[in-house]
Design a protein around this ligand. Structure first.
Ligand SMILES: [Zn+2]
Length: 311
């Protein structure tokens, strides 16, 4: 999730006559004619044109339960107990969606469990054929990771390029450029601190495979003001997206097993040098486009690839 930019507002004040029409155009572009605004993350590495969803195979979990671990160092400003509570609350927004009225009766029955064990992996990584950990890490060396410097967080979704099945998800939270807080629910923060729950509710949407929406009030909108708390709660667009991907009964008869693919570990794991398929993006911060090129060169398209979402 990125900070909201305010430059357009200042420009409107400078020349209201000319820019009024421009503002009307922006509004028209921001509100799609269709009621369906939400999008899904896909296997495509190419950015979608504004207002359109990406092409490719949609990403989704193929099993109802998964597990994630918070890195041992936690946050530099928030106690670990507070961080854990915020993550539980943020994920529960999605897990407790009642799809009644959107599809049929019942709950989606999709669960992401916060493990009691601290992750020892401070980077996004996926090891094909080996044990894995979905790690949540507060990052102090953001610049060294080659991400958008203004981003609040980056969620990496590792998946099958053949089926779109989500294998593993890692979240990196930018504590280099931002200070996180548990802001008052009624007012938010007005001192420049970022509300962690506001950000994590959004990132949890990526965890489940949703992409950005043009609906500005929705949790899956791409940017927010630092102290905003409005995206702590899901909006109808978020709910419709989630309930469409994971309708009630979707996982009926599928056992709940949150063990990571390939087995559980708390460390990033060694890169599998032998198969050549795990060299790409395995714990590095190469860009998505670079990763795609390397995948093509090594001939392992179809193995797995990560889709990074800098919200
Ligand atoms: Zn995002």
């Amino acid at each position: 999730m990125r900070p909201e930019r305010r430059l357009a507002v200042r420009a409107l004040r400078a020349a209201p006559g000319v820019l009024a029409a421009f503002a009307a155009l922006l509004i028209a572009l921001a509100v799609p004619p269709s009621a369906r605004a939400w999008c899904r993350m896909t296997t495509s590495q190419l950015p979608a044109p504004f207002g359109m969803c990406p092409t490719g195979i949609p990403l989704e979990w193929h099993r109802p339960c998964s597990r994630y671990n918070i890195f041992a160092d936690g946050s530099r400003t928030l106690p670990l107990a507070t961080v854990r509570t915020i993550f539980e609350t943020s994920f529960s927004q999605w897990e407790s969606i009642d799809c009644t009225g959107v599809t049929v009766d019942g709950m989606p029955n999709l669960e992401a469990h916060l493990s009691a064990s601290a992750s020892q992996c401070d980077a996004s990584a996926y090891v094909t054929g080996g044990a894995n950990v979905s790690t949540i890490v507060f990052v102090q060396d953001w610049a060294a990771r080659d991400y958008d410097s203004s981003a609040y967080a980056v969620t990496t979704v590792w998946h099958s390029t053949r089926t779109g099945e989500i294998y593993d998800v890692d979240m990196e939270i930018n504590e280099d450029g931002h200070t996180y807080a548990d802001c008052p629910a009624a007012t938010g923060c007005a001192d420049g601190r970022v509300d962690l729950q506001n950000v994590i509710t959004h990132e949890a949407g990526h965890y489940f495979g949703l992409a950005h929406t043009p609906i500005t009030t929705a949790a899956m909108f791409a940017s927010s003001v630092a102290g905003e708390v409005g995206k702590r709660t899901l909006k109808p667009d978020d709910v419709e997206g989630f309930c469409t991907v994971y309708p009630p009964g979707h996982f009926d008869g599928v056992a709940c097993n949150d063990t990571p693919r390939g087995g559980a570990t708390l460390t990033c794991g060694a890169v599998d040098e032998g198969c050549g398929c795990s060299a790409v993006g395995a714990g590095t911060s190469t860009s998505a486009l670079v990763g795609f090129a390397l995948l093509a060169l090594t001939g392992v398209v179809g193995a797995r690839r990560r889709t990074r979402r800098a919200v």
